[in-house]
Design a protein. Structure first.
Length: 257
């Protein structure tokens, strides 16, 4: 199993804002950040939420970062996009007073960029988000997966596609959005230590889960965005709930790192 294989993909960014001057300013800031940080990015601009939703569906939810100018249509759009995909980063561009925008956090946002914030703040927030996305997107891990009754073959699997890994009767299984893979036997402990660097968390002796796919936690049950229920062991419950709620930090106005 190769733990160091890296393939870099361009970060796909969608900006939906119908104000005349803002898209040009955002484009200028984003392009400068990408040049400075050597981040490959592709930016698309949309003047209506309908155009954005159409492109989002057409491209099979492949945007990594979506920026929306706040308003009734924007919140409806955010709610709709979140029903399709919960892994993209979402930023609201707003002219609201800061006391009026806390309802936006229900849409699992990475940041809010108020109109009165400085360009320095915008650069800092965009840089943080883009670097995090690039790190997350760039990783493919090569696993030996079972392809027939008696044979295994190497497969490159994108880390951001992995929902969870589990061990059952000493066999390790990897679940992605596309299906379940049986891995050639390796130490589950080694796998846990590896995946902890990619926003995964241990919920029991038998499961490590990608926090980006967790819909909610109720009691000792975790439910993934696809509806899969998983039990959290008593030993890990506090750590899991702290990690899940800790993604949301009110002082910095962000939910996703």
């Amino acid at each position: 199993m190769n733990f160091d294989n890296m393939v870099v993909e361009a970060v796909r960014i969608a900006v939906c804002d119908n104000r005349n001057d803002v898209p040009n300013m955002i484009s200028y800031v984003l392009q400068n950040i990408c040049r400075k940080e050597k981040i490959a990015a592709h930016i698309e601009f949309f003047s209506t939420t309908d155009e954005l939703c159409e492109a989002f569906c057409r491209d099979k939810y492949s945007f990594d970062l979506v920026m929306l100018y706040t308003g009734p249509e924007a919140t409806e759009c955010a709610e709709y996009l979140r029903t399709l995909n919960n892994s993209f980063r979402l930023v609201f561009l707003t002219s609201y007073d800061m006391t009026d925008i806390y309802d936006l956090f229900q849409y699992d946002i990475s940041s809010i960029i108020p109109a009165f914030m400085s360009e320095e703040y915008m650069i800092r927030e965009f840089t943080r988000i883009l670097k995090d996305i690039e790190k997350y997107k760039a990783r493919y891990l090569t696993f030996e997966v079972k392809v027939s009754e008696n044979s295994f073959a190497e497969r490159k699997i994108k880390v951001s596609d992995i929902l969870y890994l589990t061990v059952v009767e000493r066999k390790i299984y990897l679940k992605t959005q596309r299906g379940m893979y049986t891995l050639r036997h390796r130490s589950f402990t080694d796998l846990k230590n590896l995946m902890f660097g990619y926003n995964f968390i241990e919920i029991s002796r038998f499961y490590i889960v990608n926090l980006d796919y967790v819909g909610f936690i109720e009691g000792n049950e975790m439910r993934l965005d696809n509806g899969t229920p998983l039990k959290i062991s008593r030993r890990h419950l506090k750590n899991v709930t702290d990690a899940f709620s800790g993604v949301f930090e009110v002082p910095s106005l962000r939910k996703r790192a």
